[in-house]
Design a protein around this ligand. Structure first.
Ligand code: AVJ
Length: 448
């Protein structure tokens, strides 16, 4: 094993990329290695190249120690999980859900290049109040949100570099002088755009784009790095009843004692307002939803005929969600060139392309308690159309040092949460944690 001392000091702790003859571009290398892995002597003709961006900032500190080795730089400041094949996932997802009864699709397929552009257009539509309303809430409260979440890192789920992110980053810099910003997205293009925007508007910010699915991304973040997880735009509205608990269970487990979650959720409201937002007069939403079939045709070499389908959407009051469908105008015999999976899409048969759930904030707040997420604060707009909830993990705050620290530092934060943790609630928690939670709850109440 080459001893550590043989590695020049300035390279220590940096991922090194093996460059073999005929591999002039470090980005094309299969994997990053650390010198200890080179096992024995360093091969002849083995040389190291250290991309500039990395000599400047060393190995990023955002990853948990046990996860760090799994991530490699896809390109400067953009990381992906070694060996992860993000492209293989969509095909599998599309085929399984298209063969379900009723047929449906996962919402993330909507965001190919054209889909992303169409969604941008939707955000500017007069009927689509969500983006505008959420922006206004964040603009008004960014200072307060950031002040009460003393973090060093902001992790955004979904790359979106939009006005709302700008409000948060501006405040974070104003109040803390520096920060890490780590968007997580399955779209490398989205991450590149975000990187470019951050580079020019906020050069002080350390940028780490994580090219991954949400759960893979946030689970890799170091629990000791105080982090504000940001999940806005009411994207949780896309989650069905099995995605939802899986997502929050994983997020809650990934959160450390100093972490916060900022969640944007659209609220139940007048049905006409809701239905108009998803059936705009210019037909942009229809185009956005049906565009998914062009995307699928390209991915799977399929033959969905766009001129033989129509868009249909409605608010389902029992499920409190907008349902967005593609309906066959006439029977279509669907085939995929490379996959033996033909099926008949019957006339008038609906494919559920997207759902957008609407929330009662109190109900949501109550539900999230059972993922150990306690409300810190709730912001809404004057019409009460949209809610931004700021949460903290109850379970982890109340463990050991974290509890004491928080009780001292953020009296207000701890007070709200502890008030919500009844003995009864604590007893419902996992046996492993039961004693800790109960004792610490009492302890903090005394300090308070
Ligand atoms: C991005 C999921 C929040 O549900 O309002 C907008 C997507 N679909 N118009 C939403 C969408 C049709 C949007 N989310």
């Amino acid at each position: 094993m080459p001893s550590k001392s043989r590695i020049p000091a300035r390279l220590r702790g940096i991922h090194l990329y093996p460059i073999f003859a005929g591999e002039p571009n470090w980005m094309q290398c299969e994997r990053s290695i650390i010198p200890e892995e080179a096992n024995g002597s360093i091969p002849v003709r083995f040389s190291f190249i250290v991309p500039q961006a990395m000599t400047q900032e060393n190995t990023p500190t955002i990853f948990a120690a046990e996860k760090r080795a799994h991530w490699r730089a896809l390109e400067p400041e953009i990381w992906s999980i070694q060996g992860a094949d993000l492209d293989a996932v969509p095909t599998q997802s599309i085929l399984t859900t298209l063969w379900d009864q009723p047929r449906w699709l996962e919402a993330y397929h909507l965001y190919d290049q054209r889909g992303s552009e169409l969604f941008e257009q939707i955000c500017g539509l007069p009927e689509y109040y969500l983006t505008r309303t959420e922006n206004a809430i964040l603009e008004t409260h960014a200072r307060d949100i950031i002040a009460r979440a003393p973090v060093r890192c902001i992790v955004e789920l979904g790359a979106g570099y939009s006005k709302k992110t700008v409000h948060l980053l501006t405040e974070q810099l104003r109040q803390r002088g520096s920060s890490i910003f780590a968007p997580i997205d399955v779209s490398a293009a989205g991450l590149r755009a975000s990187r470019a925007a951050v580079r020019s508007a906020f050069p002080e910010i350390q940028f780490h784009g994580l090219h991954a699915r949400y759960e893979e991304g946030f689970s890799a973040i170091d629990k000791n790095l105080p982090t504000l997880f940001v999940f806005l735009g009411s994207t949780i509205g896309n989650f069905n009843h099995s995605d939802f608990p899986r997502f929050f269970r994983a997020l809650s487990a990934a959160m450390g004692p100093g972490d916060f979650l900022l969640l944007g959720a659209d609220r139940v409201k007048d049905v006409k307002v809701l239905e108009d937002a998803y059936n705009d007069s210019r037909g942009v939403t229809a185009e956005f939803i049906l565009n998914v079939f062009d995307h699928i045709n390209r991915l799977l070499h399929g033959n969905f005929a766009r001129d033989n389908m129509r868009y249909y959407s409605r608010y389902n009051p029992e499920w409190q969600r907008i349902e967005m469908y593609a309906v066959a105008r006439a029977r279509q015999d669907i085939r995929f060139a490379d996959i033996d999976a033909p099926f008949q899409w019957q006339k008038d048969e609906k494919i559920l392309v997207e759902i957008s759930r609407k929330f009662d904030p109190l109900r949501l707040q109550e539900q999230l308690r059972f993922f150990d997420l306690g409300a810190v604060e709730h912001f809404t707009d004057p019409r009460e159309w949209f809610s931004v909830l700021r949460r903290h993990t109850v379970g982890q705050i109340l463990e050991g040092d974290g509890a004491a620290q928080l009780a001292q530092r953020g009296g207000k934060v701890a007070a709200v949460i502890v008030a919500r943790l009844s003995l009864e609630r604590a007893r419902q928690m996992q046996p492993r944690n039961r004693r800790v939670h109960v004792m610490d709850a009492v302890k903090i109440e005394i300090q308070k």
